[in-house]
Design a protein around this ligand. Structure first.
Ligand code: HEM
Length: 303
């Protein structure tokens, strides 16, 4: 008698005989033929859990209202905080590498950050079309909480050279964040390190720019603009042209985040005041007008 093969539509798996031993899915096989050995060393957890800490991560969502739409607002904010953390890590790596003239490591980190910025910006999707009524359903529960108080976003801005001691004020009551921000305020930004590298490579970056107080906001300088114009007009395969373009990608993607935030805010709350106490959209418009790495944009008019 012929038996249908398991690929045949008529195939039915053989029923277990009543006295056949039923495999116990929970019991580990004595000698698993494939795969990692999960039986050692991890107690009540798994190696995945040990590494990812998914249990911690997936229990950090505590909505403050009963509105079903608050969950995605909270998670989107948390996801963005995680991306800010990764991007800060990349830019710190880049700044340290630039300091030791390691352009390969610096550019690898900056390039990774452009992909991460794209993922960060894509995370606007679920919030981009909130209606005022939807946002109102949980807005009151946020109290005076605002992204303006995000310490990681502020570190990200400081690494771009957008320094401001007054941005530490909201963190006065939070020792750890305040100390980290104070340190980040005093450290040279990625752009400071880029300009120092350009000077070491013989470009005429003014000494006042090289010796500037890194705790102050970077102000554009015509001589730096001339340096970038010269680099951009030079051989296109040079690594400094590639560095300049990579920094421009970063600047463009940060500007896109600010604009997407601005438009989402305008849709969700019109011209109302922000929960953080600012004028809301009018304040965000001013912030979104700022150019990151200013001379990388203005130099283009002179190439
Ligand atoms: C559609 C929902 C959102 C609205 C209506 C909104 C609204 C606002 C407003 C009005 C401000 C100005 C400060 C204030 O007065 O509060 C602000 C600042 C800010 N928000 Fe949002 N926001 C939204 C979503 C988010 C999300 C998901 C994040 C992610 C972390 C975020 C991060 C920030 C940051 C970092 C600032 C400070 C910007 C700066 O210093 O230039 N916002 N937001």
């Amino acid at each position: 008698m012929s038996h249908p093969s398991p690929t045949d539509p008529a195939y039915r798996p053989p029923a277990l005989a009543p006295d056949a031993a039923v495999p116990d899915a929970a019991a580990p096989e004595a000698d698993p033929p494939f795969g990692p050995d999960l039986s050692i060393g991890s107690g009540t957890t798994t190696p995945y859990e040990d590494y990812v800490q998914a249990r911690v991560l997936t229990h950090l969502q505590q909505p403050l209202s009963d509105d079903p739409g608050e969950m995605v607002f909270l998670v989107t904010t948390q996801v963005m905080e995680l991306w800010f953390t990764v991007i800060v890590h990349e830019w710190q790596t880049a700044a340290e590498a630039l300091r030791r003239d390691d352009l390969t490591v610096a550019m690898d980190a900056l390039r990774r950050s452009t992909y991460e910025l794209e993922a960060l910006n894509a995370a606007w999707k679920p919030l981009a079309r909130l209606t005022p009524a939807q946002f109102n359903s949980y807005r009151a529960a946020l109290g005076e909480g605002s992204g303006f108080q995000s310490a990681m976003y502020r570190r990200l801005e400081f690494l771009l050279g957008e320094k401001s001691a007054s941005m530490l004020v909201p963190h006065r009551g939070a020792d750890q964040e305040h100390a980290e921000l104070e340190k980040a305020l005093q450290e040279p930004s990625v752009y400071d390190e880029v300009l120092r590298l350009l000077a070491r490579r013989g470009h005429a970056v003014p000494s006042a720019v090289l010796r500037r107080d890194p705790a102050l906001r970077y102000e554009p300088d015509p001589a730096v603009e001339a340096v970038w114009a010269e680099i951009f007009a030079g051989p296109q395969e040079s690594e400094l042209v590639r560095l300049g373009e990579l920094l421009t990608d970063v600047a463009e993607l940060v500007w896109r985040w600010r604009n997407d935030h601005l438009v989402a805010t305008r849709r969700a709350m019109g011209a109302k005041m922000g929960t953080g106490g600012s004028a809301g959209v009018a304040w965000l418009e001013k912030r979104a007008r700022k150019n990151v790495f200013p001379e990388l944009w203005t130099a283009r008019s002179h190439v």
